[in-house]
Design a protein around this ligand. Structure first.
Ligand code: ADP
Length: 486
């Protein structure tokens, strides 16, 4: 699966689980809101129930007071309690009651109307009539006792009992609802916890797998790049996979293949060139020798016939022949640099420098070096590098006393050598040119230059993967800095 698809999929899973969690939380909040609304209504119901029961007591005491005293104020309190209770019974119809509560309410309404219409109202009316008729108290007492003994007298306690039942039912419904909400909260909490855990787990697993996959692929690519950097171009990433990194992997494979082809071509044409230089140099040696021989025959056999001008021309021919031979020798040396297989040995660089100084003659030489390292390396190559650089430092020097200072520093894998002179110096625009074969900055005759020395130095260092640089102040001197592998 592609990396972008895996990331997308895991995001979808995580987002889905968060959406479900959020929906659950919403459901829980709705439940809590509904329950709060229900609770406030339930509180009102309970309040109405207790008011109703209180009013029954008021009706009872109002009736009794009026019967005993005949005071109209008792009738007033009786009436207001009766009216309020009727209102309460009407109010109940607006509450969301369950079926058993509705049945109870129906019964309560019936009982209430029976109690008021068959018991309290007739008693009240009889008392009023008695007060207006002027009859003796016995007639009212008789009426009252008939009532007290009738079955209607039990209606009041029945009514109170039903109302207590109604309130108890409300309390039990409230408890049930509370328990249901708590169970729902528990369930939602469990789902939310599980989904959050799943999201975290999916996140961790996908991240871990992606990191492992990407790291593995990048490691393969960097291994390939490292091997290419070390000159091994026959490399290939075998497991390209099928994701976004596959393009990069296949591009790297193509690059390594292309580099390998180009390097093979380059090597072939280099070796052809070297072979060509070799053959040409050898073939050119004999005609040059021939010219030199003819010149010496002329000088030996016809020396009296030669005019001074002719002698001057013959000397010129001889010097050009020497330069031609030097060029051929230089070309051969250049072509041979990476052909010969040199043996590695322990080389004391101090010894090499001393050997070069011994072979250098002519100028007053002040060479300064101390404690140069001993390196396990190809002696001939190191000697060629030092000898070309020191020869140049002596050759391109116009001072009374030639001063050369050789020093070095080292890093973990290479030595850094500096060869500093007080010679004629090099203008910065020639820093690159001097390393090209046959390039000379001065007149070839006056300095016996061929322009091969620094080209050989550069070729040796290139073949070892090392570097050379020059810094110079024209007229004051130059510093050639190069690295050598440890
Ligand atoms: P050659 O010495 O045979 O001319 P090189 O390749 O050694 O060939 O040098 C190329 C050119 O670089 C020289 O002709 C010279 O002009 C310049 N050069 C090299 N070394 C120095 C130096 N130490 N100081 C000044 N010029 C230098």
């Amino acid at each position: 699966m592609k990396i972008s698809h895996s990331i997308f999929l895991s995001f979808v899973v995580i987002l889905l689980s968060f959406a479900v969690t959020t929906y659950n939380d919403y459901r829980l909040t709705q439940g809590i809101k509904e329950n709060a609304e229900y609770l406030s209504k339930s509180t009102e119901i309970v309040k109405y129930v207790s008011r109703f029961q209180r009013n029954i007591l008021s009706i009872e005491s109002g009736l009794r007071g009026y019967l005993l005293t005949g005071e109209p104020s008792f009738v007033k309190s009786y009436n207001s309690a009766t009216i309020e209770n009727e209102e309460i019974l009407r109010e109940f119809s607006q509450f969301p009651l369950d079926s058993s509560q509705l049945n109870l309410l129906k019964e309560i309404k019936l009982l209430n109307s029976r109690w008021t219409e068959d018991y309290t109202n007739p008693l009240l009316r009889e008392k009023t009539r008695f007060l207006g008729s002027g009859q003796g108290p016995d007639s009212l007492n008789g009426f009252y006792k008939r009532f007290i003994n009738s079955k209607e007298s039990g209606v009041q306690s029945e009514l109170e009992h039903r109302f207590s039942e109604f309130a108890a039912l409300e309390y039990s419904l409230r408890e049930k609802r509370k328990a249901k909400l708590a169970a729902k909260a528990d369930e939602i909490q469990t789902i939310s916890y599980s989904l959050t855990a799943v999201s975290i787990l999916v996140g961790i697993i996908v991240t871990f797998l992606l990191i492992r996959r990407i790291t593995h692929r990048i490691r393969q690519m960097s291994l390939l790049a490292n091997r290419v950097a070390k000159g091994d171009y026959n490399v290939n990433i075998s497991d390209l996979g099928n994701d976004e990194l596959s393009f990069l992997g296949s591009s790297l494979n193509d690059m390594a293949k292309e580099l390998s082809n180009n390097i093979s071509l380059l090597k072939r044409s280099n070796s052809e060139l070297d072979q060509f230089a070799h053959v040409v140099s050898h073939d050119m040696k004999s005609p040059l020798r021939g010219i030199a021989n003819v010149v010496s025959w002329i000088e030996e056999d016809h020396s009296e016939e030669l005019s001074p001008k002719m002698k001057e021309y013959l000397d010129l021919i001889k010097s050009r022949v020497v330069r031609g031979e030097n060029l051929i020798a230089g070309l051969l040396a250049y072509a041979r640099v990476d052909k010969d297989n040199f043996r590695k040995e322990m080389v004391d660089v101090n010894g090499i420098v001393e050997e070069i100084i011994d072979n250098t003659s002519g100028k007053r030489l002040g060479i300064n070096f101390s404690s140069l390292p001993t390196i396990n390396t190809e002696r001939v190559l190191l000697l060629q590098v030092f000898s070309n650089l020191i020869d140049n430092a002596v050759k391109y020097n116009d001072k009374e006393k030639v001063e050369i200072f050789i020093s070095f520093t080292e890093s973990h894998d290479k030595y850094h050598f500096d060869i500093e002179d007080n010679g004629i110096g090099i203008a910065p625009n020639h820093y690159r040119r001097i390393f090209t074969i046959f390039e000379t900055l001065k007149d070839k005759d006056s300095f016996e230059s061929t322009g091969v020395g620094l080209a050989i130095v550069k070729k040796i260092l290139d073949s070892l993967g090392q570097d050379i640089q020059v810094k110079s102040v024209p007229g004051k001197g130059s510093v050639f800095s190069f690295t050598w592998p440890k």
